[in-house]
Design a protein around this ligand. Structure first.
Ligand code: FAD
Length: 388
């Protein structure tokens, strides 16, 4: 029989992260967000306890696990009301890209700090003009002697104010075809020529989004990820599966959190005679429906992570996209349903569910929109032609 159980170590990890998340909780997360501060204490404690580096090899200071373990960390912190978006960019994308495609020198320089949480690397691919179509990326990397010069604009980049480096996706021209040849660069956040402006977003989150302007940012040769320009495309793709799987895990955790808040409330709130509102099927069925959707998404996340950790990248790509789609939809449904079940209390800050509306709505757009996932499934699974 297929085994759906976690290993004893994974079970322990889940319990331990759950306990850590609950010690901080959603109130802490919201207070930090509203004060314009970051969840620094939680991040550092998670780093010290080894949770941020679970997927990083032990020789670089990590736990030697895989994306299954990192997905557990993302899900459990979110289930405690602390959906930390930077888990998706720093340990999931950046650590994977550097581990799989960086030079040995880059691994030694960056992975230990990512593992213990002392360093954050955020990820910049989205551009104002290119949007969902990364073939139109216009951030250009030019050689100048041994150095590189980077120019372009990036938008919605999360966590630049908290990070030491930004992993920037730029284009170099393929000498043979003239087509996009992506190249990834590790750019220090204080590099001369790189400026940022914070975007006002309607999301209650301690993590911020930025516009980034790169104006002939001069970088040494070893800022290029990998030994040569040929590392660019595989490095870019290496980050995608971990990104999709961990963002899905965060969504599943958020869905669980919202359903838990709602069911605690509906099991005790009584407004007609002695019956609690949870006895009305008009209240309990939508919550049950959302719980089914969240559980289905969790199953797909488990499958995607298992395929990824088994090195089956192509199958993990299909499962990871499906998991991300299912999970964002389930999380958005769960939070909306929870708000409805709580009535007026659902819209208060105190009950801690409406505070997640913006985040779950955004998860249907970023890091890849539901439409682009449906395009992927339509083309690659259903064999349909592209419309674009
Ligand atoms: C909270 C948040 C955090 C983010 N963090 C980061 C980050 O850290 N780093 C980073 O690089 N980016 C980040 N992003 C950007 C995010 O990845 C993009 O917003 C997303 O990829 C969509 O791109 P776009 O906003 O340009 O939408 P557009 O590409 O302009 O698309 C607009 C709408 O049209 C739809 N659409 C476009 N093309 C098609 C098509 N061919 N078929 C069907 N529908 C289509 C889209 O699905 C979408 O609904 C973040 C965004 C948000 C909201």
């Amino acid at each position: 029989m297929t085994n759906f159980d976690l290993s004893p170590e994974q079970d322990q990890l889940r319990e331990a992260v759950r306990a850590l998340g609950r010690r901080y909780g959603h109130r802490y997360f919201v207070e930090k967000a509203k004060a314009g501060e970051h969840t620094t204490e939680l991040w550092h404690e998670a780093g010290r306890l080894g949770y941020l580096g679970v997927n990083i090899p032990t020789e670089y200071g990590g736990g030697g696990g895989g994306i299954t373990e990192l997905a557990i960390v993302c899900e459990e912190l979110a289930a405690a009301g602390c959906p930390l978006l930077l888990l998706v960019v720093s340990p999931a994308i950046a650590a994977t890209v550097i581990h799989r495609h960086g030079t040995e020198e880059q691994r030694k320089r960056h992975l230990p700090g990512l593992a213990d949480g002392s360093q954050k690397i955020v990820f910049a691919i989205t551009e104002p003009e290119a949007g969902s179509n990364f073939h139109r990326l216009a951030t250009v990397a030019r050689r100048d002697g041994d150095d590189w010069l980077l120019s372009g604009r990036k938008c919605y980049i999360s966590g630049v104010d908290e990070a030491q480096h930004v992993l920037v996706v730029a284009r170099t021209e393929d000498a043979a075809t003239g087509k996009l040849k992506p190249a990834l660069f590790l750019v220090p956040t204080d590099a001369p020529g790189m400026t940022r402006s914070k975007l006002d977003m309607e999301i209650v989150s301690p993590e911020n989004q930025f516009l980034l302007y790169l104006d002939d940012v001069r970088l040494p040769a070893d800022a290029l990820v990998g030994e040569s320009l040929d590392a660019g495309l595989p490095a870019l793709f290496a980050g995608l599966n971990p990104e999709r799987i961990t963002v899905a895990a965060m969504g599943a955790g958020t869905g669980r959190y919202a359903i838990e808040r709602a069911t605690e409330y509906t099991a005790t709130r009584a407004v007609w005679g002695g019956r609690t509102i949870g006895t009305h099927q008009g209240v309990s069925h939508p919550l049950a429906h959302a719980a089914v959707q969240v559980e289905l998404a969790r199953l797909m996340i488990q499958k995607a992570a298992a395929l990824y950790d088994a090195g089956r990248d192509l199958e993990a790509g299909v499962a990871g996209n499906m998991a991300k789609y299912a999970s964002s939809e389930a999380a958005a449904l769960a939070v909306d349903t929870a708000v409805q079940a709580l009535g007026g209390a659902g819209m208060t800050t105190e009950y801690g569910v409406a505070t997640l509306l913006g985040a779950v709505r955004a998860s249907r757009i970023a890091p890849v929109s539901r439409e682009m996932i449906l395009n992927f499934v339509a083309q690659h699974i259903l064999g349909q032609d592209k419309s674009y």
